[in-house]
Design a protein. Sequence first.
Length: 273
Amino acid sequence: MPELPEVEVTRRGVAPYLDGKVVVGVALRAEGLRWPFPADLAGKITGRTIRAVKRRGKYLLLEFDHGTLIVHLGMSGHLQILPLSAPVKKHDHFDLVLEDKLMRLNDPRRFGAVLWHERGKGAAESHVLLSSLGVEPLGTEFSGKLLYRNTRNRKSAIKQVLLSGRIVVGVGNIYASESLFQAGINPETPANRIGLARYERLAQAIRSILTTAIEQGGSTLRDFSDPDGRPGYFQNSRFVYDRAGQPCLICGNTISQIRQGQRSTFFCANCQK
């Protein structure tokens, strides 16, 4: 599933082709993805100019003067910038057509989304899918103090708290495992038993891991690639994720794998206390 670095890589990839461009058409090849496509989407955005391409958590926000097109890649979706003559392939469900190119969403599992939020209903961040998201991990609001302050009454395991997205958004399964390893924190530790100093280390680890992942183009799990078709390389930098049974690269102890909330967690019991 594309996580925050993959979505940010996608945003950076498509933005130069979309910023300031006029939409000349829309192609829909299904009734919808996870939710139905917006009614009369073509009528809403054809002839309108894309003012900015932003990201909130794992959502891409294409801003127009009168509203925002919200795009989520789901479990298997990816965007590509293609020539207008590009042949349609299986699972190509949505095209945003510009004057000289098109942006195409391919989503085999159809867990993605293309939604519309009218400006008259408030900022895009007030949309029901965005309004409860935590702070951005690469933003100025995020810190160890924020993590510490918001976990005093949380007995859930720290890994699950990170994945919930309520305090900090976009720290998905891969990057939560890697960040907890870098901070030396066992993923099963109750969130309210972690002190401020350890949360400061965790916040720094999250920033560092996500920044590195973005610089390396994200992770290639299954078939992720950027909008130009290039794979990400962060998987070559992982210390624990998907390395169960292999020696820890720091201490040599065997990497463990457990299940937390139906997700696999990888960690070193020796390095992470």
